[in-house]
Design a protein around this ligand. Structure first.
Ligand SMILES: [Zn+2]
Length: 140
């Protein structure tokens, strides 16, 4: 089994601190098919257990073992993927409270529509923030 890249462990630790995620226990695993969807499209995904503040970050196994000699754009893309998943953890409490406590108070159709809208907005927010944060911290 492929060894988990040390730079990724260090990078996650650095961003846990930056995003105030220290209370979370984040396990990391390499996978041929993150999300279990059988495709190589998904770069990474995160499974959350908010009640115990535990998350498993699954990263596709073609992430470079080291950044030495890696094309800067490729390195930057992988860093953005990691920050993206950590941002999902950052907003998990807000999203979970909304979807489990607040949305069910709505009529079923409104609940379902709002749920989809919220998922879309979360993804957009996380994408934009990951890009902005990587841009701001570049050299990465
Ligand atoms: Zn996402």
């Amino acid at each position: 089994m492929q060894k988990f890249p040390e730079w990724v462990t260090e990078y996650i630790a650095e961003w846990k601190r930056r995003l105030y995620l220290q209370e979370w226990e984040i396990a990391t695993v390499l996978s041929a098919h993150p999300n279990g969807d059988g495709s190589r499209e998904t770069n990474a995904c995160v499974e959350l257990h908010l009640d115990v503040l535990q998350a498993t970050l699954e990263i596709r196994d073609d992430i470079p073992a080291s950044l030495d000699g890696v094309d800067p754009d490729t390195a930057r893309d992988w860093k953005k993927i990691i920050v993206h998943e950590l941002l999902h953890i950052r907003v998990a409490r807000m999203i979970t409270i909304l979807t489990t406590d607040i949305l069910p108070e709505l009529a079923p159709q409104a609940n379902s529509l709002t749920h989809r809208w919220l998922e879309h907005e979360e993804e957009l927010l996380v994408q934009i923030m990951a890009q902005a944060l990587i841009d701001l911290t570049e050299d990465g």
